[in-house]
Design a protein around this ligand. Sequence first.
Ligand SMILES: NC(=O)c1ccc[n+]([C@@H]2O[C@H](COP(=O)([O-])OP(=O)(O)OC[C@H]3O[C@@H](n4cnc5c(N)ncnc54)[C@H](OP(=O)(O)O)[C@@H]3O)[C@@H](O)[C@H]2O)c1
Length: 308
Amino acid sequence: MGTRKVLVTGCSSGIGLALAVRLAKDKLRRFKVVATMRDLDKREALERAAGESLNRSLEIRQLDATCEDSIRECVNSLPNRQVDVLVNNAGVGMIGPLECQNVSAMQELFNTNFFGLVRLVKELLPDMKQRQSGHIVVMSSVLGIQGLLFNDVYAASKFAVEGFCESLAVQAMKFNVKMTLVEPGPVVTEFEKKVYEEAEKMDLSETDEETARIFRQIYLKYSHKVFNSVGQTPEEVAEQSLQVIVSKNPPFRHQTNRLYMPLTAMKHADPTGCLPIDAFYKMIFQHDRMFNASLSILRILHRRMGAA
Ligand SMILES: NC(=O)c1ccc[n+]([C@@H]2O[C@H](COP(=O)([O-])OP(=O)(O)OC[C@H]3O[C@@H](n4cnc5c(N)ncnc54)[C@H](OP(=O)(O)O)[C@@H]3O)[C@@H](O)[C@H]2O)c1
């Protein structure tokens, strides 16, 4: 296989930045990377991280996932519009009680997380089908498999992503185009920082006292602990995404965090859906101490796995 052109969205920070740089610095020189971001004023961190690969194996282009013209302009600017691998990574988060979020903010989130993917696939899939080759890699989430308290709208957007890809994968296969959903658990990036900063200053007056208490004193407190205990680095997710990209037979789904797998496995273990809901309920509301103890164990396991 020769050099493959990989277009990555959302490269101003986090997983997108780490992956673009990891691919560009590949020792076997297997990739030419088109690292895109919606706001080129934010390119400095990527330029710094790219170092000598900048303008050699990595070029930076503007692309806003919410704007069809911007996507088309970016793709049209590439020789023969060639994109061998699309990494749809751009995404935004949202947490909090539903009553405190407005519908237009939810629509905006869907516009990026779901319709952003739809726009990119619409633009690139016909070319890939014609060439009878290509790989669409989508940064989904474990919340695309299983919902989570106070992540209602974000999880819904990732469920939409998963349903879209699962449906399309069969048609894509007919044209030798591969699809992979990468499903990270918690990853320590700007994403986490942004949603928690917003959550800290969120106006909770639209919800009842008990819900506000659960959000502040249970959800936010435990989320921090979860990120600190089992959160991966963007580089870890980037490394695994690279392995998916170079694989001869890439999986349709790839979860990046082995520690999270027992939680997602519950979903498939019980077709009634009660098992994961009961388990999350008990974990959050009834087994405070057990939850803390499990997190400590997970923290140790995470460190050991990192060292391995
Ligand atoms: N962090 C986690 O815990 C986690 C877990 C599972 C899945 N994920 C997924 O991983 C992906 C990357 O997230 P991250 O953790 O790396 O967060 P991040 O550091 O906040 O990066 C998100 C990237 O998406 C970009 N973006 C947002 N809206 C965009 C738009 N309309 N067009 C183009 N780019 C846009 C952001 O650009 P700006 O700088 O301009 O905002 C940024 O470059 C997301 O899809 C997220 O849902 C994250």
